[in-house]
Design a protein around this ligand. Structure first.
Ligand SMILES: CC(C)(COP(=O)(O)OP(=O)(O)OC[C@H]1O[C@@H](n2cnc3c(N)ncnc32)[C@H](O)[C@@H]1OP(=O)(O)O)[C@@H](O)C(=O)NCCC(=O)NCCS
Length: 441
């Protein structure tokens, strides 16, 4: 962002989100993996910023890799049954030690982050307490899980009270029984059940990747319930630890979603600023499982050709768009993005590379019944982001009737000669389209 206007536009655009998030409850899971990532200080800073913007934060941290490492140091292997760690009396002592140390480190990072950063002077109090009552998992298949526990009760009112007092609540994978014993819980479970019990506005799960990716590596910005269930299974079947973490996050998100936590975000803990981009920009920067994403922005597939044709036909007939045959559309389908609403294509747009450094945005069309709902803006933002990812520095559009819509979105009118030569040769003199360009910066 190098231009004053961009800064102002960005700041104004984010203010809508600042207002929307104020006083909302967000439960954030920081897994043990996230705690050992070098990006942790930035995450802590961004969480402090969220707190200062009035978000009520409950942080839940895990310690799985740290516990496994501690066991290895002592020459023991971690023992699991049914995907659950068996926490013998020796192991629980190690667990308490490691979780305690991590809690202290996290707490100190919050204090240091404030002191050493522009957040210096902001008032942030972290509150830890025995908010989670636990009970033993017990004996299954003849195997005693000892101090592996499950959640019995969450002290919802006590947590709410802390949040009302302006404190950030910090929980971990430890729970306490009424008889004073300490149990080792799943941090995912603590985060999920706390979000459900508090009827939190968001459950945020920090994962190793930018979000969930489909088979072709495409980031899925929004996930339906069905998608999440399918990907949870797919990732669980892979053996690498990143896929396992994503599978666990998806399972946690699904559980929360089914229990009416309506927005569950999967956001990278490795990428600096991912949390802020997901929460304060329209495009987001992660995968969102929510019940209000019944509209879905995605890359078009061959099955969408009929839907796109139905959408653009009237605009071709009245001359707003140039004619495209079915064959051409089939060949170029990979350039298209669509928005699908209840199984119907309601919006589309395409990006064509026209030189090494520039692209052309074409065929943007929104179903008349859905115009004015921001779909045009969403497609434009997504195409701009994709153009940047491809290393393009400017985006052209040729239009006969929609110039103002683009001008209001940072495009400028340029002479036809500014188009790359290859594209100039295809310019249709009879249509007299205006040529607009946006520098992508
Ligand atoms: C132009 C178009 C893509 C905008 O999409 P959209 O989803 O309706 O737009 P958004 O909801 O993001 O933005 C709506 C705003 O754009 C304005 N707008 C819509 N069409 C416009 C136009 N032709 N010129 C200027 N502004 C326009 C609306 O008045 C509204 O402004 P407001 O918020 O101040 O009331 C859509 O109206 C469309 O499909 N038009 C027909 C096809 C077309 O012209 N395609 C362009 C070919 S190059």
């Amino acid at each position: 962002m190098n231009d004053k206007a961009d800064i102002i536009r960005w700041f104004r655009a984010s203010s809508a989100y600042i207002n929307a998030h104020r006083n909302k409850i967000f439960v954030v899971l920081l897994t043990g993996e996230a705690l050992s990532d070098k990006n942790l200080p930035n995450i802590v800073f961004d969480l402090s910023l969220l707190h200062s913007l009035g978000v009520k934060l409950v942080l839940v941290h895990g310690a799985r890799p740290q516990i496994s490492a501690a066991l290895r140091e002592k020459g023991h292997e971690s023992q699991y049954h049914r995907n659950l760690r068996i926490t013998t009396p020796d192991v629980i002592e190690l667990v308490k030690e490691r979780v305690g140390a991590l809690s202290v480190t996290l707490k100190s990072l919050f204090s240091m982050g404030m002191y050493n950063s522009p957040m210096h002077g902001a008032d942030l109090r972290l509150c830890r307490g025995n908010f989670i009552t636990a009970k033993p998992v017990g004996v299954h298949d003849g195997i005693d899980f000892h101090y592996t526990g499950e959640i019995r009760k969450i002290q919802v009112e006590a947590i709410r009270q802390q949040l009302e007092n302006g404190n950030v609540v910090m929980l971990s994978n430890l729970g306490y029984s009424l008889s004073g014993e300490v149990f080792n819980l799943s941090a995912e479970r603590v985060a999920t059940e706390t979000a459900i019990a508090l009827a939190a506005d968001k459950l945020i799960l920090m994962i190793p990747d930018e979000g969930v990716r489909d088979g072709s590596g495409e980031l899925l910005l929004s996930l339906s319930h069905e998608d999440a269930a399918t990907y949870a299974e797919e990732f669980a079947a892979r053996s690498d630890s990143d896929s396992q973490s994503i599978a666990q996050a998806l399972q946690a998100a699904l559980l929360a979603y089914r229990s009416k936590v309506h927005r569950c975000h999967l956001i990278s803990y490795r990428e600096d600023g991912a949390l802020l981009r997901e929460l304060f920009t329209r495009r987001g920067n992660g995968s969102l499982l929510s019940n209000d994403n019944f509209d879905r922005l995605r890359v078009a597939q061959i099955e969408d050709v009929a839907g796109i044709l139905a959408l653009i036909k009237p605009l071709e007939t009245d001359g707003t768009l140039v004619q495209r045959s079915r064959e051409l559309l089939e060949n170029e389908i990979g350039n298209f993005l669509v928005i699908e609403l209840e199984d119907t294509i309601v919006a589309c747009a395409a990006l064509y590379p026209i030189s090494d450094s520039s692209g052309e945005l074409a065929c943007i069309a929104i179903d008349p019944q859905h115009q004015g709902a921001g779909f045009g803006d969403r497609l434009l933002l997504e195409l701009e982001a994709r153009a940047r990812e491809k290393g393009l520095s400017s985006l052209f559009v040729l239009t006969t009737v929609t110039a103002h819509w683009f001008l209001e979105r940072g495009f400028e009118t340029v002479a036809m000669e500014q188009l790359p030569e290859r594209r100039q040769r295809l310019y249709n003199m009879q249509r007299k389209s205006k040529v607009l360009r946006k520098r992508l910066g």
